[in-house]
Write a protein that binds this ligand. Sequence first.
Ligand SMILES: *[C@@H]1O[C@H](CO)[C@@H](O)[C@H](O)[C@H]1NC(C)=O
Ligand SMILES: *[C@@H]1O[C@H](CO)[C@@H](O)[C@H](O)[C@H]1NC(C)=O
Ligand SMILES: *[C@@H]1O[C@H](CO)[C@@H](O)[C@H](O)[C@H]1NC(C)=O
Ligand SMILES: *[C@@H]1O[C@H](CO)[C@@H](O)[C@H](O)[C@H]1NC(C)=O
Ligand SMILES: *[C@@H]1O[C@H](CO)[C@@H](O)[C@H](O)[C@H]1NC(C)=O
Ligand SMILES: *[C@@H]1O[C@H](CO)[C@@H](O)[C@H](O)[C@H]1NC(C)=O
Ligand SMILES: *[C@@H]1O[C@H](CO)[C@@H](O)[C@H](O)[C@H]1NC(C)=O
Ligand SMILES: *[C@@H]1O[C@H](CO)[C@@H](O)[C@H](O)[C@H]1NC(C)=O
Ligand SMILES: *[C@@H]1O[C@H](CO)[C@@H](O)[C@H](O)[C@H]1NC(C)=O
Ligand SMILES: *[C@@H]1O[C@H](CO)[C@@H](O)[C@H](O)[C@H]1NC(C)=O
Length: 431
Amino acid sequence: MKPTQPSPFSFPFFLFLFLFLFPITSSVSPTAAPTSLPSPSSSSSTLDPKQLRALQSLNIPTSRDPCFPSSLHNVTLCDSSAPFRHLLSLRLANCSDDVALSFTALKSLSTLQSLQFLNCPISPIHFPSDLATSLRSFTCIRSLRKLTGVWLSRLRNLTELTVSDVSITASGPYVILGNMKSLTSLTISHANLTGFVPKHLNLNLTHIDFSGNKLRGKIPTSVTLLENLETLNLSLNWLKYEIPTSIGDLISLRNLSLASNSLSGPIPESFSAIPGLIHLDLGSNQLNGTIPRFISEMKSLKYLNLENNMFHGVIPFNESFIKRLEVFKIQGNNNLCYNHSILSSKLNLGIAPCDKHGLPVPPPPDKDADDGDSVEDDSGSDYDGSDENDVNHKENNHHHGPNKVVLGVAIGLSSLVFLIVFSVLLSKCCR
Ligand SMILES: *[C@@H]1O[C@H](CO)[C@@H](O)[C@H](O)[C@H]1NC(C)=O
Ligand SMILES: *[C@@H]1O[C@H](CO)[C@@H](O)[C@H](O)[C@H]1NC(C)=O
Ligand SMILES: *[C@@H]1O[C@H](CO)[C@@H](O)[C@H](O)[C@H]1NC(C)=O
Ligand SMILES: *[C@@H]1O[C@H](CO)[C@@H](O)[C@H](O)[C@H]1NC(C)=O
Ligand SMILES: *[C@@H]1O[C@H](CO)[C@@H](O)[C@H](O)[C@H]1NC(C)=O
Ligand SMILES: *[C@@H]1O[C@H](CO)[C@@H](O)[C@H](O)[C@H]1NC(C)=O
Ligand SMILES: *[C@@H]1O[C@H](CO)[C@@H](O)[C@H](O)[C@H]1NC(C)=O
Ligand SMILES: *[C@@H]1O[C@H](CO)[C@@H](O)[C@H](O)[C@H]1NC(C)=O
Ligand SMILES: *[C@@H]1O[C@H](CO)[C@@H](O)[C@H](O)[C@H]1NC(C)=O
Ligand SMILES: *[C@@H]1O[C@H](CO)[C@@H](O)[C@H](O)[C@H]1NC(C)=O
C-alpha cells in the first residue's frame, strides 16, 4: 500500500479536498450518477469512498447518499464520523445472480457491526478477520448456499446469530458456538444441523431456536441454568428421553416448544414454577402419564399444545380455562378422555368422553372405527383410507408376484440355454 501513495495528493486525499470545496448541498448533477459508474462521480455521498465502491460492487444503488436515513429502506446504516461516515449495518436482500462477494469489498467493510443476507444465494467466501470480529449481529436466511461450522465460528464477537434455511455442515452446534462468548440471541433453524444440544451455553442467552434440525440425544440438564432465557425452541429435531425435571429453573421462560421430537416420560411438576409461560408446545412426542392440573393455574398461558402424545386419564381442565386459551390442542392421545359433566362435547376437543371409571368411551361400532368424534373425521375417510391402503398393499404384492415369476423364468431359461451351449461346446472340443 505505502509505495502506491507517495504524495499527499493521493486519491482519497484528493477526493476529500473535492468534497470540501464542493459541499454536499451543491449536489453535483444528480442525473449523472447511475450505479455502474465509479465512485467519484456519485460522491455526493458522505460515505467513505472505499465503502461506497464496495456497495457498488454489491449492486447496491449509491446514486443517493446511502447514509441518508431511510433512503434505501434501511439497507444501510452509518455512523456519524467525519470527514467520512462509515457503515455500521448492511442488509443484502433478494440479490441477483451476478452479485459476488469479493474479499477486497469485504475488507473495506470491516466497520460493520451488523450484516444480513436475505434470499441471497451467492457463494460464501472467507471473511477478512477484521470483519469477522467486528460483527455483533449476523443474519443469513436462505442465503450463501451452504455454510460450515468453522466458517461461522470465526464470528466470535456476535451477540446475535440467525441462520435459517441454509444447510450447515458441522459435527455439532458447539463447533459454531464454542468461541462466541457474548451471544444473547441464537437462531439456527431448518439448517439440517447434526450433533447434540451443547452442554455449555452462554448464561446470558435470552433466545435459543434450534428448530428443524437433526439434533439428537437428550436435552442437557445444564440448559436449565439459563435463567435469562425467554424463548427455547427445540422443535422438529430427533431428541429423546425425558424432559429435565429442573425445567422449572428457567424462570424467565415465556415461549417453549419441544414439539415433534421423541421425548418420553411425564410433564415435569416443576413447570408450575415458571410464572410467565405464554406458549407451551409439547405436541407430537411420546410423553405419557396424566396431564397435571397445575397447568390450568398458569396465569399467562395462551397457547397449549399437548396433541399426539400418550397421555392417559381425565383432562383436569374446566371450560373457563380452555376458553381463556387462544390455542388448545389435545387430540391424538388415545387413552385420554374428558368428563362430559364438566366439559361440553361442543368444544370439539378431538378426544372421547370418559365413562364412569375415567376411561375413554369407545366410539359407536357402526360409525368410524377409532377417533370418529372430531368433526373433520365425520366422513369416515380414516376407515376408507386405511382400507384402500390395504388394498393397494395387496395389489402391490400381486404386482410384485408376476414380476418375480417372470424374473425366475428368465433366469431359468438363460441357465438352460447356457447349459446347452456349454455341453455342445464340451462335446465338440472333447470329441
Ligand atoms: C428504518 O428504521 C427506522 C428506525 O430504526 C424504522 O422506524 C423504520 O420502520 C425502518 N424502515 C424500514 C423500511 O425498514
Ligand atoms: C424480496 O422479495 C420478496 C418477494 O419478491 C418481497 O416480498 C420482499 O419484500 C423482498 N425483500 C426485500 C427486503 O426487498
Ligand atoms: C472481539 O473479541 C476479541 C476476543 O475474542 C477481542 O480481543 C476483540 O477486541 C473484539 N473485537 C472487537 C472489535 O470488539
Ligand atoms: C435438509 O435435508 C433435506 C433432506 O435431506 C433437504 O430436502 C433439505 O433441502 C435440506 N435443507 C437445507 C436447508 O438444506
Ligand atoms: C452477561 O452480561 C453481563 C451484563 O450484561 C456481563 O457483565 C457478563 O459478563 C455477561 N456474562 C457472560 C457469560 O457473557
Ligand atoms: C418453533 O419453531 C417452529 C419451526 O421453526 C415454529 O413453527 C414455531 O412457531 C416455533 N415455536 C416457538 C414457541 O417459538
Ligand atoms: C412412561 O414412559 C416411560 C418411558 O418410556 C416408562 O418407563 C413409564 O413406565 C411410562 N409411564 C406410564 C405411566 O405409562
Ligand atoms: C410467543 O408465543 C405467543 C403466543 O403463542 C406468540 O404470540 C408470540 O409471537 C411468541 N413469541 C415468540 C418470540 O415466539
Ligand atoms: C376452572 O379452573 C380454574 C383453575 O383450576 C379455577 O381457578 C376456576 O375457578 C375454575 N372455574 C370454574 C367455573 O370452575
Ligand atoms: C365428572 O365430574 C363429576 C362432577 O364434578 C364427578 O362427580 C365425576 O366423578 C367425574 N367423573 C369422572 C370420571 O371423573
